[in-house]
Ligand binder design. Structure first.
Ligand code: TRP
Length: 491
């Protein structure tokens, strides 16, 4: 009865599309290609695969299983395990607000670029006003009303889909969007690797680069891979707990938990093949201002140039529109999962009290709160807006050991530090410890085997993951993130 009110996936395929949709997002298309290239190429890929195999899949299994077992969102699930763990649920819930508020601003950027290239297709100069890609981006992010407008459009799309409910909104959208996205991505990959000089990008990606590995240090590369894996799989804040809570008892959790990370990793690799060979090709062809840069520059400035100057003409505009639309779709299927985490808690509370869920109203309220939370992110031009100096800058001495600098260049970094830097690794670490040591891994086995005819296949492996591998890996992610943000100089 309660389950009926909360909603359920209509099929395992629909669930998979929604969960893979959550995982596949800006992290895959933007973060992964660059991080792979800059952190040892092929070696990074191998390390990343190991991280997914030994940490990612188990964490995914843990989240999905807890969600299905307790049939609640992230706060309800931890509360049901024990009142004294409720606060871990709150960490995840709160992270949802923070991440979505900046994710939506970035998602708005992708929408702006899609519309820009679409307009250019019809009339030259209509989309980007004839500005150079760097100048356009610089102007756009400093134009606060514009950023807010597109942030609003992105958020409205997200709210609209989540309002439709689990099967009627999220599942329906993802079941169409994800296969479409896959086909589009393959088309972009083919275009990208057939450009003259694409081998420069392929080399950047795949060549085992021991030199840069040595330079960066293995620990740092490990940390980067772990952090990336974690964000890319939507783990650590209860997204997958929430999605698991809508899964029918019929479905095979162990298999689903394995398939989602495999699909996410495959799409991350494809994304790298879509982006880097195109960038490499135009470096080879000597197009000015194209490089394997990092951060917002890669997705917006460099790729804008790749399409507008490198490819140029109608073809450039067409592929530009095509590509940014694809990125937009990938971002939406992720943002709906973030909003659902926030929404589910309030729905759970109402359903528990025997009230109507009131999904539409709750979703609208949550969406509005997050929209406003995103204002500072949309308004500070990613740090380019301020007149020198950091947003927050507190030099401090910790334990009298060394000078530590607590500095954030922009609000995005600040939000990200709290959520991705602290709350999420902490959440994943605690979840794993609770499963491995407190509830014992048998709780996972029992729930997996609730499904008729299904036997758990790799119990011993999961047991080792929950008890040792995941907690240790998460501890390092936590340490690594704090190190990055506070400049502690550990790694
Ligand atoms: N995984 C998504 C990406 O790669 C982002 C995302 C969605 C996410 N839900 C999440 C990240 C939950 C962390 C936690 O872009």
């Amino acid at each position: 009865m309660e389950q009926e009110k909360r909603g359920q996936w209509t099929s395992n395929f629909g669930f998979l599309m929604a969960a893979i949709g959550s995982a596949v997002g800006l992290g895959n298309i933007w973060g992964f290609p660059y991080k792979m290239g800059a952190n040892g190429g092929f070696i990074f890929l191998i390390i990343y695969l190991a991280m997914v195999s030994f940490v990612g899949i188990a964490t995914m299994l843990g989240e999905l299983t807890l969600g299905r077992k307790y049939g609640m969102g992230v706060i309800g699930t931890y509360r049901k395990i024990s009142e004294k763990y409720t606060w871990i649920g709150w960490l995840g819930w709160f992270s949802g607000f923070l991440i979505l508020s900046f994710y939506s601003v970035l998602g708005g950027f992708t929408l702006r670029y899609f519309i820009g290239f679409l307009l250019e297709l019809f009339s030259s100069g209509a989309g980007f006003g004839g500005a150079d890609s760097g100048a356009f981006f610089g102007g756009f992010i400093l134009n606060a009303p514009m950023s807010i407008l597109f942030h609003a459009l992105f958020m409205a799309t997200t709210v609209y889909i989540v309002m439709g409910g689990i099967s009627g909104g999220i599942e329906k959208f993802s079941a169409i969007a994800m296969p479409t996205l896959f086909v589009m991505l393959v088309i972009v990959v083919i275009r990208s690797i057939t450009l003259e000089g694409s081998f420069v990008g392929l080399e950047f990606m795949f060549k085992p680069d021991f030199e840069s590995l040595k330079e960066i240090g293995l620990m740092r590369v490990l940390k980067t891979a772990a952090g990336q894996m974690f964000f890319s799989l939507s783990l650590g804040m209860g997204c997958m707990i929430t999605y698991g809570s809508y899964l029918s008892k019929k479905e095979n959790l162990e298999w689903n938990a394995t398939l989602i990370p495999i699909a996410d990793t495959a799409i991350a690799t494809l994304s790298a093949l879509a982006v880097l060979p195109a960038v490499g090709a135009f470096i080879y062809q000597g197009v000015e201002g194209v490089s394997f840069g990092a951060g917002p520059g890669l997705l917006f400035v460099t790729l804008h140039r790749v399409f507008s100057v490198g490819m140029g003409g109608a073809m450039g505009n067409f592929f530009g529109a095509f590509f940014y639309f694809l990125v937009f779709i990938a971002a939406v299927t992720s943002s709906i999962s973030l909003l659902e985490v926030c929404t589910a808690y309030l729905i759970d509370r109402r359903v528990e009290k025997g009230l109507e869920p009131n999904r539409k109203k709750i979703t609208l309220i949550m969406g509005t709160v997050i929209f406003f939370l995103g204002f500072p992110v949309a308004m500070d031009g990613l740090g380019a807006g301020k007149a020198g100096g950091a947003l927050i800058d507190i030099p401090a001495t910790i334990f009298g050991m060394q000078e530590v600098r607590v500095a954030f260049d922009c609000w995005l970094d600040f939000y990200d530090m709290i959520a991705e830097g602290v709350f999420m690794p902490l959440g994943a670490m605690l979840m794993s410890i609770i499963i491995g040591w407190k509830l014992k891994t048998t709780i996972i086995k029992d729930e997996v085997e609730e499904s008729p005819g299904i036997k758990m296949k790799a119990y011993n492996f999961w047991d080792i993951c929950f008890k040792y591998i995941v907690p240790v890996a998460m501890f390092f992610v936590l340490l690594g993130q704090l190190d990055d943000f506070f400049g502690l100089g550990i790694f």
